[in-house]
Write a protein that binds this ligand. Structure first.
Ligand SMILES: [Zn+2]
Length: 317
């Protein structure tokens, strides 16, 4: 796979990062610009005219029309956090620049916060990525495969039937030249016609052509207005077929990321977030330099998720 274009692109260097986002004031200005690119908008009435007031050391934006006061982080994924913005920005930087994902444990060490705090930061940012990813549908030629996440958690039953194993649909859309464009990795209830029909209507643009290895359930994509083109080769697994090159590459990269960066986690509860975070990075693989800014914009535009929701969320987005 010709990965050089991806591997050798310049990222945001650490000295440059600290020069631009090293102080709370710099982070505030960057968050304000990411949240309101055309200037402040009152979250209650939409008014633009406002004044800035200081209250107990915090900057509050007061709307001139309705007098509503809001803080910079209220209504964003940062809401309710006592952590300095510089720490959040560093987390965003580390997550966006890490080559194969970053664990909460690594984040704890790098940020100097407790493990529960690092875990929450990590999951809130992954949630912002997941919500961003949900907005994109795949179209055109789409390779699909049935895949499983987990099943090898220490202490649990391994292999088939493992309680910690999560079925998911792996899909990659291709350009006319056959190059991968976007991926979408979606946990499903199982590989039934019903589950695949639901998946297809939520993930594909009608009129797309789905290329599968002939697993019967994928025929259900026609219920979402898509064509199904099965490639059936007796006795050969999809991984041996050149037609499935890109889906296999994505699944191989996913495996490296999960085993290299994350310790065993509860796949049933959090699979959607880990998969979406992987897809988010894959889909922006040519834009390493702007990834920090993009993730900041995603976080600024992601609604607040209380810790309780983040912890229990199953299909949270
Ligand atoms: Zn207002």
């Amino acid at each position: 796979m010709a990965m050089n274009r991806i591997q050798f692109q310049p990222g945001l260097s650490m000295p440059e990062f600290f020069q631009r986002f090293g102080t709370e004031a710099q982070c505030e200005a960057a968050l304000e610009a990411a949240r309101w690119p055309e200037g402040f908008r009152c979250p209650r009435c939409g008014g633009a005219a406002h004044c800035v007031v200081q209250s107990r050391g915090r900057k509050l934006y007061q709307c001139n029309a309705c007098r509503h006061q809001s803080s910079l982080i209220a209504g964003t994924v940062f809401q309710g956090s006592k952590l300095a913005l510089t720490a959040w920005f560093l987390a965003i930087y580390l997550i966006s620049q890490a080559k194969t994902g970053l664990s909460a444990l690594a984040l704890k060490r790098q940020l100097g916060v407790s493990y529960p705090s690092a875990w929450l930061i990590h999951h809130k940012l992954m949630q912002a990525m997941a919500e961003r990813e949900q907005a994109y549908l795949l179209e055109g030629q789409v390779q699909v495969d049935d895949a499983y996440l987990g099943g090898e958690r220490s202490g649990g039953k391994a292999g088939r039937g493992s309680e910690n194993k999560v079925p998911f649909v792996a899909a990659v859309s291709l350009s006319e030249e056959g190059h991968p464009l976007r991926t979408k990795l979606t946990p499903v209830a199982g590989f039934s016609l019903r589950a695949i029909a639901q998946w297809a209507s939520a993930s594909l643009v009608p009129g797309s052509t789905v290329l599968s290895d002939g697993l019967a359930c994928f025929g259900a994509v026609t219920q979402a207005g898509c064509r199904h083109q099965p490639t059936v080769v007796a006795g050969r697994k999809p991984k041996d077929l050149p037609e499935f090159e890109w889906i296999n590459t994505v699944l191989g990269n996913l495996k490296t990321t999960l085993t290299g960066a994350y310790h065993a986690f509860d796949f049933r509860k959090y699979a959607h977030r880990y998969l979406a975070a992987f897809a988010y990075r894959f889909n922006r693989r040519f834009n390493l330099r702007t990834l920090h800014h993009r993730l900041l914009v995603a976080a600024a535009n992601c609604s607040p998720h209380p810790a309780r929701m983040i912890r229990m969320a199953d299909d949270g987005c």
